[in-house]
Design a protein around this ligand. Sequence first.
Ligand SMILES: [Zn+2]
Ligand SMILES: [Zn+2]
Length: 278
Amino acid sequence: MFFDYHVHSSFSNDCGYPMEDVILDAIDQGIEELAFADHVDYGLYDDWDCPNPHLNYDGDPALNVDYPAYFMELERMRAAYGSRIRIAAGLEFGIQTHTIPRYEKLFSAWPLDFVLLSVHQVGDLEFWYPDNPFMAGRAQQEYNDEYYEELYRCVCGFKNYSVLAHMDLIRRYDPAGPFPTERNRDIIAAILEQVIADGKGIEANTSGYRYGMGDLSPATDIIQLYRDLGGTVITVGSDSHRPEHLGSRVRETYDLLRSIGFRSIATFERMEPAFHAL
Ligand SMILES: [Zn+2]
Ligand SMILES: [Zn+2]
């Protein structure tokens, strides 16, 4: 079993790795299924047909996936390589409470297999900008609380997703260092309980290792909490943006998940999970 369930292609604004190259490299590695999850971040990013798009901090137009071209290329890839690898049509929704209506519209317009729900910004403030406008000058408890409260509101108000991506993303960008899970335990548990009640899942994102976190994202203690609360739906993805990321640490993560009580890994087709025994 080898599925990389979170990969980016050059349809993402921050990625130059062509979809066909991702697929050929995945076949070389023995990956059996890929889920493309290219970026959509309403609030700060505009759709490809917007005449006056927002600009990134570096002055480039901030654009979401060109959906017609994306789905056309996915079809071309399935026709060419479908006998050698399964390809799930996914998107990564960088959602905020005020952008939920735009995601509802997007979700109803395209035939998606898989949706990652991410919080990449709060109040249209990016975590990854060099001056970190969301966190600068604030107390660590305050912005961590606000991040998880926004995620909680999103999982309560939006149901057209498959799994929560890198649920503790804020840790990666925290200038004060990783904030202990314990300090946000109640809200994290409330989010996970909502996810479980809705029949959704979480992702174990292996990029935490390459970002120097020394752990998955979310951290293993959060994944363990999800399991302890009764969660069973979990995907594993590298969040690759470059060839050297593809498939990274996915199979060893299966071993870790088995050791903490998971019995299967999920894949998705037309938003329905399939379970593969660990
Ligand atoms: Zn993300
Ligand atoms: Zn991603």
